[in-house]
Design a protein around this ligand. Structure first.
Ligand code: A2P
Length: 351
């Protein structure tokens, strides 16, 4: 055990009142993360409120540039703009940042890490480590063992994403819309452009010049960066569905080498962070209601694509708030501790 982990770390959670921030607190507690002190941070609106941690109500402080004096590690989940503004100041104070927003993901200075896939990339961090997009995380955990065995050339993915990915306001909105509709009332629409209850929206994040959404292009670019292989071509359609927790994905892959469904099942059942649930005759397959609250990435419906020589179809489900966000960030922090990488060579790197 390193000196730091035996003494415990001072950890700030920026966005501690949000959907992901609250889950981060739960996971720090559940995994017995070596803590000396927890500092929950949020906007001025939340200053003075409390968050529950280890049986106590811990006061929330306003996130400011000087919030990171004496802080070893900051877990950020407070949006891209907030991270862009405050993370450089955290690094300046000697605090390593693991950021859940998209602000730093494609920045060459920042490793983009899913520990089961590319923990080694942490070695070159300069103070900010990016946590990938939720839909990308669960997909690469399942694709990594297949890529290592058979070299993936192309991925076609369609997602079915839960509203919790948009934050606690979206969870409230789905609940309120369902209640309103059951009471014959007009549902209020605030978070999404259209009603989400009993509907599907093929629109996550903004539309770009190429008519894809930003969420779709995140899956394209982040997959290549995490897997470290520009040869993997990804095309995505991302859809918001009226599910509270857990994203599901229908994934089709084409590989260089032939992999049978049986071989893929064996590889996946041995892969870290993966649980195979695949027995069609017994009606066993992953579903969002079962994945919610769990840590693993669940894979099922593994079939050979009968339209090409080397292709597979998979159904991948994971809790978007846990493995897709809070848990992955804390696993990154655990790796940093294990590898003794909680130090910053150049505190001015991002200013
Ligand atoms: P607050 O609750 O004070 O608004 P979610 O993704 O569930 O919507 O949560 C977003 C999190 O990010 C919340 O904790 C929110 O705090 C925090 N946050 C949003 N904007 C800021 C900001 N400008 N400064 C600090 N924290 C912010």
């Amino acid at each position: 055990m390193s000196e730091r982990s035996s003494q415990g770390l001072t950890v700030a959670v920026a966005g501690a009142t949000g959907a992901v921030g609250r889950e981060m607190l739960k996971i720090l507690e559940q995994r017995n993360f070596p803590l000396k002190e927890l500092i929950p941070l949020a906007s001025a609106r939340s200053a003075g409120t409390t968050v529950p941690f280890q049986g106590h109500d811990v006061p929330v402080k306003e996130l400011k540039e000087d919030s990171f004096e004496g802080v070893d590690l900051a877990l950020f989940s407070a949006g891209g703009g907030t991270s862009q503004k405050f993370s450089p100041h955290a690094v300046k104070s000697g605090c390593v940042v693991v950021d859940n927003s998209s602000a730093w993901r494609m920045d060459d200075r920042c490793p983009l890490v899913v520990p089961e896939v590319n923990a080694g990339d942490l070695e070159k961090h300069q103070g900010i480590i990016a946590n990938p997009n939720c839909s990308t995380i669960q997909m690469v955990v399942a694709l990594k063992p297949l890529h290592d065995a058979a070299a993936i050339k192309r991925v076609v993915v369609s997602t079915y994403q839960a509203v919790s990915g948009t934050g606690h306001k979206a969870v409230d909105e789905l609940e309120k819309q369902v209640r309103a509709l059951f009471n014959m009332q007009e549902p209020e629409i605030n978070v999404y452009p259209y009603q989400i209850a009993f509907n599907c929206l093929p629109h996550i994040d903004n539309f770009l010049e190429n008519d894809y959404t930003r969420e779709e292009m995140k899956m394209v670019h982040e997959t290549v960066k995490i897997m470290g292989d520009p040869g993997i071509k990804v095309t995505a359609t991302t859809v918001r569905v009226p599910v509270f927790y857990s994203h599901s994905e229908a994934v089709n892959i084409e590989t260089e080498k032939k992999l049978t469904a049986k071989e893929a099942r064996v590889l996946l059942s041995r892969a870290p962070g993966v649980k195979v649930l695949d027995n069609p005759k017994e009606k066993i397959y992953p579903m969002p209601i079962d994945a919610a609250g769990e840590d693993e990435v669940f894979v099922g419906r593994i079939r050979e694509d009968e339209t090409i020589a080397n292709g597979l179809n998979l159904w991948i489900v994971a809790d978007n708030i846990r493995k897709g966000a809070a848990l992955n960030a804390i696993q990154i922090a655990e790796e940093l501790l294990k590898k003794n990488l909680l130090n910053i060579k150049n505190p001015d790197a991002f200013l």
